[in-house]
Design a protein around this ligand. Sequence first.
Ligand code: A2P
Length: 221
Amino acid sequence: KLHEEMSIPLYFGWFPFYTVQEKVKERSMNFLKTLEVLESFKKHISDFSKEEGKEVDLEQFFKAKGTLHCTTKFTDYGKAEGAKEYTENKTVEDLYGSVTELSLSALFVTPRTVGARVSLSEDQLQLWPEDAEKEAEPVVPGASTLPKGSRAHVTLGCADGIQPVQTGFDLLQILLLQKDGKQAEQEEIDPGTLTYYGEGRWYLALKEPISAASCFSSVYK
Ligand code: A2P
């Protein structure tokens, strides 16, 4: 059995195939390139740069963080709460190594992170920890009121000094603003509907979600 042979990994997640990774990185780059030349983005440039009239090169602003993936459970070699239970979970064992199509339904940017929202299917939600949203509560008050799976994302890049765990928090915060029906600036651009939620938070709902064939696996570093 899996858990008898393996110690607990750093994290479990879905890992897009190499060619899919390249496709997602390209879409991410195109999004940043589109965003930085938009008049509406330039109008709010002070969210990203305090220097008057200074332009921001978003492709430089965000640094890639290794292999793209969608974390299901951060187990921290057994130190994280619920790590052992998750590793030994029957569904986790059964689906370990299986392939699934993730649906990347939106791209988002904040002054801290750039990421892709992952809209999980019923099957994929079986691998989603019960308390993933609740665990974000200290950082994002109200996060636990969002539907299960709301935190699912792929980190595409982080600003200097920012840890990838921030991407999920940024997504949850945006989804809470959406839920509260916060007044937001909206415009149609080629890949979909772009919304500005204030404080440097930009959310692009894709007309055509990006389909990402991925393998459910884990990482030991
Ligand atoms: P994410 O899934 O947003 O990319 P690190 O490199 O910092 O050790 O993290 C390894 C992976 O686990 C990263 O992908 C990271 O974020 C995710 N991660 C780190 N800490 C947590 C946490 N406390 N809760 C959930 N995911 C985490």
